[in-house]
Design a binder for this molecule. Structure first.
Ligand SMILES: [Zn+2]
Length: 157
């Protein structure tokens, strides 16, 4: 991911999980996934996964992923509204990668369906940049109001 410029001075820190007692294990449930028409029992974390695995017919077990609820921001565009900044927690339990199959934030900035996987620190860094951007945009809108008023007064003269 490329988020290099305009790093805000205030940085969010990654929340740390400090269990006071042994961590409560997640409560995975066994659900039926369908791979090439064959039913396969897989563990699914009922705590956050909203996928109906039995409704899918996957080509490969590595195509299976767990996914949480999706967040999206409706954004105005010319003649329509698009959903942008689409984010969900996702986990690919059978796709072996450097992240040991741990959950990540699937983030799709444009909403066009091509999400990037972000770890907590990278996600928070982007969120800080987005907040700083929105604050600059708020100031820009204030400037717009002033510019509009000046233009209105010029027309009335
Ligand atoms: Zn699941």
């Amino acid at each position: 991911m490329t988020v290099a410029h305009d790093v805000p001075t205030q940085q969010s820190s990654v929340p740390t999980v400090t269990p006071t007692s042994p961590p409560t294990p997640a409560s995975p449930r066994l659900v039926a996934a369908v791979v090439r028409g064959q039913r396969v029992a897989v563990e699914c974390c009922a705590d956050w996964c909203v996928v109906d695995h039995s409704a899918e017919n996957l080509a490969n077990l590595s195509d299976l992923y767990h996914e949480g609820k999706t967040l999206a921001l409706p954004a105005p565009e010319f003649n329509r509204v698009s959903k942008v900044l689409v984010a969900t927690i996702r986990q690919d339990p059978f796709y072996v990668d450097a992240d040991e199959c741990l959950p990540y934030l699937a983030f799709d900035a444009t909403g066009e369906g091509d999400p990037v996987s972000l770890q907590p620190a990278a996600a928070l860094a982007f969120i800080d940049q987005a907040i700083a951007h929105l604050e600059r945009m708020r100031a820009q809108v204030q400037q717009l109001a002033e510019v509009r008023e000046a233009a209105r007064q010029a027309v009335e003269r």
